[in-house]
Every structure is written in structure tokens, then in C-alpha cells.
Design a binder for this molecule. Structure first.
Ligand code: SF4
Ligand code: SF4
Length: 291
């Protein structure tokens, strides 16, 4: 079974990315798996109300730990650490967990062999059943790190389930921005939908998101959400897309009824009208999604 993976991203938060993800999933006719890769601020579950069927802890990369009893305070580890993550205080080495990259250099240079690696639970990965199909979602604990790794594990679980269940489609709600979790969400995907909106920062956000897709060699198209909030800025976005050769997949208007549906915790499938299935069919005809 050829599994196709669509990820919905945006250059910044607040563009309606999660609502569009759920709405597109609601009109996709094939068997699908859903994933929320916005592990810093997961919201897809709020719209889909999953009935939880499983959970697993996320540990991230190991970091170093000092056996204070054995430490002589020689500071060899402090001098060797390139990440400024271990310091001798009051005669004992102390690890700053927020800076430690787990590179193991300190383990090798410590003459007392009193440094080891430990893993810390940094988040939770969950699976639940929803009306639109299984949902894999995750939450990073405050101060947690390794978001890219967490997203990679989440996508791996979604793909494993797609392979086992015969689902042919994975729809992923990606994180905003262009950082590590976004890169991890888009890498290896079949198509990225970039959600933009007519705001002052939209063009630079769009350029950054499109640039990332270009670097990762993932085909993409643009949806302009709430286009009627500024017809002038919408035209500017369209013009830029035309000049750059970026396909505009469709536009969605701002309408009270859509906002009310989302406010009430409903997916605005009906409220978006015919534009939604047309948008989804357009997405399916593009790039690596073609059949
Ligand atoms: S594991 Fe690497 S980053 Fe962490 S304290 Fe040791 S040397 Fe520094
Ligand atoms: S190298 Fe080992 S003994 Fe020396 S300060 Fe670091 S942890 Fe302590």
C-alpha cells in the first residue's frame, strides 16, 4: 500500500492551520490516520475529542549526571565541555540539564569515571480514536527538549499504524514556524500545505515556510485563509506566489459561522461549504499525491 502523507504548516501560529487540518480530514474519503505534530501546543485533539487507547512516555536524548560522592572537583569536565553545560560549584561538578547535549565528552575525560548518562521523561505520546480516524498526538512537558525527535517518533507511530491497518493517507497538523519540530514534520512528507493569511507579516512567514519546503524537497502549495480580511494583502500574496511559481491551492473567507463553529468546538466542514472538498481534491492532484 502506497501511503501518502500530507502535512499542514504555517510560517507562524494563529493562521487557522489546525482547523484546516481537521476540516480537510473531514472531507478526505479514504482511510486515514491523523497526527498532531505541534508537540509544544497540541490543539487538534480539542477539535477531534479522541477516546484515548494508549500512551507512552517520551524520554528524549540522555544527558549527563555526576556521582557527587566520587567527584573530586578537578574541573577537567568543565574545561572539556563545549556546551558550557557542566561547572564545578562548591567543589563538585554540577550539570546544567538545559544545556547538556549528551555528547559524552565529559564521561571520557573524567579521571574518576563518576559521570554517567541518564534519561529524563520529557513528554507523553498518545493515541486515541476519533470520528475521523485514529489520532496520534503528543505533549512536551514544560522545559522539555528534543521536539524534533518527539515529532519523528510520533510520525513513526502514525506510519506504523497506517501500514498495519491499510490506511492510505496520513494527515499531519504541523507546528508553526520553521524550527526543529517543523523540519521534523515536513521531512520525507509527500506534500505540504502552507496556510497563510492576509497580514503584514504573512509574506515573510510564507517565504520562510516555502524556503524550508524547498530545502527539504517537499512539494507544497498555499492556502490563503480569511482572505477577505484584506483583499489588498491577499492580492499581494497571490502576486508573490505567481512570481515565485508557488501554487495557490485555494482561499477560505473569514465568516462568522466558521468562527462560531470553531468556538463551539466543532469542525466547520458544513460552514466552509463547497470550497473545502474542492480544496482537498485540488491538493490530491498535486505533486507526489497524484495517483
Ligand atoms: S555530555 Fe557533553 S554537553 Fe553534556 S555535560 Fe558532558 S560534555 Fe557537556
Ligand atoms: S572530571 Fe570528574 S572528578 Fe573532575 S570535576 Fe568533573 S566530574 Fe568531578
Amino acid at each position: 500500500m502506497n501511503i501518502r502523507e500530507v502535512v499542514i504548516i504555517s510560517g507562524k501560529g494563529g493562521t487557522g492551520k489546525t482547523t484546516l487540518t481537521a476540516s480537510l480530514a473531514s472531507v478526505a474519503e479514504e482511510r486515514r490516520i491523523l497526527a498532531d505534530a505541534d508537540v509544544d501546543a497540541p490543539n487538534l485533539a480539542l477539535l477531534l475529542n479522541p477516546r484515548e487507547t494508549g500512551r507512552q512516555p517520551f524520554f528524549g536524548m540522555p544527558i549527563s549526571e555526576v556521582d557527587r560522592e566520587q567527584c573530586t572537583g578537578c574541573a577537567i569536565c568543565e574545561k572539556a565541555c563545549r556546551y558550557n553545560a557542566i561547572h564545578v560549584r562548591d567543589g563538585k561538578a554540577v550539570v546544567d540539564e538545559g544545556f547538556c547535549e549528551g555528547c559524552r565528552v565529559c564521561l571520557h575525560v573524567c579521571p574518576e569515571r563518576c559521570i554517567s548518562l541518564k534519561t529524563i521523561e520529557r513528554g507523553i505520546i498518545r493515541r486515541g480514536n476519533t470520528a475521523l480516524g485514529p489520532l496520534w498526538h503528543a505533549r512536551l512537558y514544560p522545559g522539555g527538549e528534543n521536539t524534533g525527535l518527539m515529532v519523528a517518533l510520533l510520525r513513526k507511530e502514525a506510519r506504523k499504524e497506517a501500514e498495519a491497518s491499510g490506511a492510505s493517507l496520513i494527515i499531519t497538523d504541523g507546528p508553526p514556524g520553521i524550527g526543529c519540530p517543523v523540519t521534523s514534520s515536513v521531512t520525507g512528507g509527500d506534500f505540504a500545505v502552507i496556510v497563510s493569511e492576509p497580514s503584514r507579516s504573512a509574506l515573510s512567514d510564507l517565504r520562510r515556510a516555502a524556503g524550508l519546503c524547498g530545502i527539504l524537497a517537499v512539494p507544497f502549495g498555499i492556502v490563503i485563509n480569511r482572505w477577505n480580511l484584506s483583499e489588498e494583502l491577499t492580492e499581494t500574496i497571490k502576486e508573490t506566489c505567481g512570481n515565485e511559481g508557488w501554487p495557490v491551492l485555494g482561499t477560505i473567507p473569514f465568516e462568522e459561522k466558521i468562527a462560531e463553529a470553531v468556538g463551539a468546538g466543532r469542525i466547520p466542514t458544513v460552514e466552509m461549504g463547497d470550497a473545502l472538498p474542492a480544496l482537498w481534491h485540488g491538493i490530491q492532484k498535486t505533486g507526489r499525491l497524484k495517483r
